[in-house]
Every structure is written in structure tokens, then in C-alpha cells.
Ligand binder design. Structure first.
Ligand code: ADE
Ligand code: ZN
Length: 334
């Protein structure tokens, strides 16, 4: 079996995925048409031509434009269902999806519309595709803490539909400590907690996400490697990093996949995982990410198996489910 076949055959979990970042141009045009929205591009190709980014902010500006097309509960269902089918093709059996409620409420879409559409697709995925999932309500860090607190307050009526909070959007200038009260409120609500940290922001942001927000998992975390004490601390705390190789390449976090730090992370003993972040914009879903780093970094079968196992041990699944998934992997390998 070659590595492409190995990557395909292994069941895996995806832990870092923005559902709005799975909005493929073809579906965007279809939904825009049915909602009577004129896109500023006349074809899928000319829209795709704009997907060249020099940094995170250039990407976010285009990503928030795309989101405007989503209006109805069915739109959110269709978006989520399309991702889940694509995930199924990559043998994803569990996914922990982020969505940005504020990028919808800020433009006048009721809170219920997005969460209900996404939730319905996730329920159908469990029954029809055998994919389990958690939903992470991700707050936009370029907004004020007061606005994020108000959104979390609104979310209280939907506690049955989500499991964790996250923090995304423009990292530089919006450090984790801006959101101490938000994460304290999430604690009171017994939510799990993740945050993007160390994607563009410095190692200090990873420190403060851990110590001041008390996060359960780190999204990206690349820049932790600039601080050996921090690396030791993350290992001691047994925190998983949700690493996104093609995203890092597209957003110029790394210049070349051959310099991608994921192999170094593994060698240092960090629980790194492979994820697709915003696959419609970054050129690939989770298996594409695995294949790209396997080729660029000449990963061994053992590295690939470790990364896939980390996706389960780093998930928020109950321990018994994690063990079942790990056993299933060992059975396939045997
Ligand atoms: N929102 C969607 N994708 C993101 C990323 N990679 N970093 C921060 N915010 C995001
Ligand atoms: Zn992300």
C-alpha cells in the first residue's frame, strides 16, 4: 500500500474546520442565484482568481464577502451537507466544526437560522453518513468582548446544539487576554474551549490562550516553536494542536510546504493533527492536506498513523469512543 492509499483508508477525525470556509464557488453561485444576489464576479473562475492571499486579513476580507450569500436555514444546511459528503469521501468519521455566528447576525440574519441549518445537517450526517460531530461556536476576535459576550448570551437558548467556543478572525492586535470574561462565561456554561493562537500571532498569544483563557486545545499554534519553554508546557498540559498545512501555505504562514513545521512538532512530542481549515479557499480537504505534507516532508507511514491517531486523542469524544476509533485503526493496519 502506498501512502496515498494509506491516507485514504484510515478513518480520521477533523478538528479544525470553518464551515463557512467550505463554501465552494459552484455552490456559492447556485445559492446566490436562488437568493437573487448578484455576485461581483461573472464566473466561478473569476471568483477563484481572487483566492491569492499574502496574509490572513486578505483572506478574511474575501471569506466574509462569500458568507453574505448565506441567507436561509436551507442555505446553511446545504453548505454543511456539502462539506459532510466531501468529508465522508476522505473517510472522516468524526468532525468538530466551527461556525461564526456573528458573521451572520452582524448582517441581520437571525441567530437561529445558521445554527438550526447547521445542526440539522450534522444530525443527518450521524444517521445517514455515520459521521459524528461537535459544533464549536467561534467568536470573532476583531469585535469587542462585549459583543462576543452578547452573542454567547444569545447562544444560551441553543445549548443542545453546540459543545465548545472558539476564537477566530484577525489575530494580530487582538490577543487572547482581550477575552478573559468571555472564556470565564464559557466555563460557567460548562463549554469546552479552543482558540486560534500562534497562526500569525506570537508565542506570547499561545501562552495567554493557555493560561488566561484556559483552553482545551490550540488552533494552529505554529509559532509555539519559537519558545522551547512553551513547547514543554504544551506537552506537559497534553494540549493538541490543530495544524492546517495548506492554509499555512496559502496564508504565507510558511513559504514552502517543505518548511512546514508539522514533522518538527511530532518529533518534539507535540500532539499535532492535520486539518483543512477553509478547504474551499486553500486548495484541499483533509486528505489533500495529508498528501501534500507527506510528499513535501517525506513523512513515514508511522508519522501518518501518529497524525491520524492524534486526531482522535485530540478530539472531544468520550474516552471510550476514542479507544474504539484507535482500535479500528490498529485493525486496519494489521
Ligand atoms: N476564520 C476562518 N479561517 C480562519 C483562520 N485560518 N484564522 C483565523 N480566522 C479564521
Ligand atoms: Zn481556522
Amino acid at each position: 500500500m502506498n501512502t496515498i492509499e494509506l491516507i485514504q483508508i484510515l478513518p480520521k477525525a477533523e478538528l479544525h474546520l470553518h464551515i463557512e470556509g467550505t463554501f465552494e464557488p459552484e455552490l456559492m453561485f447556485e445559492i446566490a442565484k436562488r437568493n437573487g444576489i448578484d455576485l461581483p464576479h461573472d464566473s466561478v473562475e473569476s471568483l477563484k482568481d481572487t483566492y491569492e492571499f499574502e496574509n490572513l486579513q486578505e483572506f478574511l476580507d474575501i471569506y466574509y464577502q462569500g458568507v453574505n450569500v448565506l441567507q436561509t436555514e436551507q442555505d446553511f444546511y446545504d453548505l454543511t451537507w456539502a462539506y459532510l459528503q466531501r468529508a465522508k469521501a476522505d473517510n472522516v468519521v468524526h468532525t468538530e466544526i466551527m461556525y461564526d455566528p456573528q458573521s451572520h447576525t452582524e448582517r441581520g440574519i437571525d441567530f437561529e437560522i445558521a445554527i438550526n441549518g447547521i445542526h440539522r445537517a450534522l444530525s443527518d450526517a450521524q444517521s445517514q453518513l455515520g459521521i459524528s460531530s461537535f459544533l464549536i461556536l467561534s467568536l470573532l476576535r476583531h469585535l469587542s468582548e462585549e459583543e462576543c459576550l452578547a452573542t454567547l448570551e444569545q447562544a444560551k437558548a441553543h445549548m443542545d446544539k453546540f459543545d465548545a467556543i472558539g476564537l477566530d478572525s484577525s489575530e494580530l492586535g487582538n490577543p487572547p487576554e482581550k477575552f478573559i470574561n468571555l472564556y470565564a462565561m464559557a466555563d460557567e456554561m460548562k463549554l469546552l474551549k479552543v482558540a486560534h493562537a500562534g497562526e500569525e500571532g506570537p508565542a506570547e498569544y499561545v501562552w495567554s490562550a493557555i493560561d488566561q483563557l484556559n483552553i482545551d486545545r490550540i488552533d494552529h499554534g505554529n509559532r509555539c516553536l519559537e519558545d522551547d519553554k512553551l513547547v514543554d508546557y504544551i506537552i506537559k498540559k497534553d494540549l493538541t494542536l490543530t495544524v492546517c498545512p495548506l492554509s499555512n501555505l496559502k496564508l504565507c504562514v510558511v513559504d514552502d510546504l517543505k518548511q512546514h513545521p508539522i514533522k518538527v512538532m511530532l518529533d518534539k512530542g507535540l500532539n499535532a493533527t492535520v486539518n483543512s481549515d477553509d478547504p474551499a479557499y486553500f486548495g484541499g480537504y483533509v486528505n489533500d492536506n495529508f498528501n501534500a505534507i507527506t510528499e513535501a516532508l517525506e513523512l513515514s507511514e508511522q508519522d501518518i498513523v501518529q497524525l491520524v491517531k492524534n486526531s482522535f486523542t485530540g478530539s472531544f469524544l468520550p474516552e471510550s469512543h476514542i479507544q474504539e476509533h484507535l482500535k479500528a485503526i490498529d485493525k486496519i493496519l494489521a
